[in-house]
Ligand binder design. Structure first.
Ligand SMILES: Cc1cc2nc3c(=O)[nH]c(=O)nc-3n(C[C@H](O)[C@H](O)[C@H](O)COP(=O)(O)OP(=O)(O)OC[C@H]3O[C@@H](n4cnc5c(N)ncnc54)[C@H](O)[C@@H]3O)c2cc1C
Length: 352
């Protein structure tokens, strides 16, 4: 198993519980905040079905009362969380959530190795992977590899799979500390000429602000500096109000890849790509974590011989990705205000 995010943790846990010997290799890098902190209500039955309800009990959370967006218009439209069939969502402490998922995978019998994949070969008995770790190079032999390494699909690309991106979107992410009153527990999305903003309150008196734009448009906007990032936020109608009771400090915002991209095939002989490593959806949908949990379970079922074949798995992942691209395209067409902007012009391509 390569990668111990939500996808890797679930595959390791499901297989471990069924007595399969699993080694999870993760680089264990301390990541600056990189996004992914709102869980839709639909996550509850998924986590419950995996026997992981306690992960939510142990993770610091705030209720998410709904989503509001000023998209295609200046006015904010509210969609209350309770209108979802699964009830309100949650704002989670993401590092804590990921840690509790990893602990669950270790409890199920999986082993863990901190290191990075440096080379992979195959012989007639299976895979031979070289992992660079604190203890030097370690050779790992295994029959199956689950690539759960996130958007870079480290293993799948090393064995020849091709990753294609539908856009160049990145997110500029800053977390601010609360300095005044804030009882707003909804998520807020606001489109602007250079892309769109997102903000949500986080546990422990913090709030995340993100500007989504295209990587090549970032330089002109200057949003990599915290001063310019805050200045751009203050030019908006709604995000600016949320910024008013927060302090940003001096740490520059983090820039992370936030494109829609997928592999040309999500599996091959002896390997499967899972979660973002197989296909990553636009964060606009806020479904990345539950997609990672669901695909993790399905990938484990392939190996356990529960009736899901390798090609069915790959097809299901890529169909879901195409559906998501169609839905995203409909959202982009709703925004008609900035026909001269590169960001929106690039997104006015009909998707069939
Ligand atoms: C800006 C932004 C905002 C988002 N907001 C939301 C949201 O609100 N709600 C939501 O549900 N989703 C959101 N997402 C998506 C969500 O975060 C991802 O879909 C989810 O993290 C996918 O989980 P994963 O396990 O597939 O990959 P990851 O969480 O990326 O985990 C991959 C793991 O692999 C490890 N790894 C990588 N390379 C190597 C290597 N070479 N060797 C060893 N280990 C390696 C990494 O360290 C990491 O631990 C957002 C994404 C972005 C970019």
């Amino acid at each position: 198993m390569l990668g111990a995010g939500p996808a890797g943790a679930v595959v390791a846990m499901v297989l471990g519980r069924r007595g399969v010997r699993v080694l999870v290799v993760d680089d264990g890098r301390q990541k600056a905040f990189s996004g992914g902190e709102t869980l839709p209500g639909a996550s509850r039955p998924i986590l419950g079905g995996l026997g992981l309800t306690d992960v939510l009990d142990r993770t610091p959370t705030l209720p998410c009362t709904g989503s509001r967006s000023a998209w295609g218009s200046d006015e904010l439209a509210m969609r209350p969380g309770i209108m979802s069939a699964y009830g309100a969502g949650l704002h989670i402490d993401r590092p804590a959530f990921d840690t509790h998922l990893r602990v669950a995978s270790l409890r199920s019998g999986a082993s863990a190795l901190k290191g990075r994949l440096s080379k992979v070969d195959r012989d007639d008995r299976g895979w031979i992977a070289c992992v660079g770790s604190d203890g030097g190079q370690i050779t790992v032999k295994c029959q199956w590899v689950f690539d759960c390494s996130g958007r870079r699909s480290i293993f799948a690309r090393a064995v020849g799979a091709v990753r294609r991106a539908a856009d160049k979107q990145v997110a500029v992410v800053a977390v601010a500390e609360r300095s005044g009153h804030d009882d707003d527990l909804a998520t807020t999305t606001e489109s602007v000429s250079e892309g769109w903003w997102y903000s949500a309150q986080l546990p422990r008196d913090r709030r995340v602000f993100m500007l989504f734009t295209d990587g090549d448009l970032l330089t002109n906007s200057g949003a990599r500096s915290i001063e310019r990032f805050v200045a751009l936020g203050r030019q908006t109608r709604h995000i600016s109000e949320l910024m008013a009771t927060y302090e940003f400090g001096r740490i520059p915002p983090t820039v992370v890849l936030a494109d829609s991209s997928s592999l040309d095939a999500a599996a091959g002989p002896g390997w499967l790509a899972v979660g973002d490593a197989a296909a990553s959806m636009d964060p606009l949908a806020s479904t990345g974590i539950i997609d990672a949990l669901k695909s993790g379970r399905m990938a484990a079922e392939v190996l356990l011989g529960s009736g899901v074949r390798l090609e069915d798995y790959s097809r299901a992942i890529l169909e879901r990705y195409s559906q998501n691209l169609r839905l995203r395209s409909r959202y982009h067409w709703m925004e008609k205000r900035w026909s001269g902007s590169d960001f929106w012009r690039r997104r006015r391509i009909p998707f069939v």
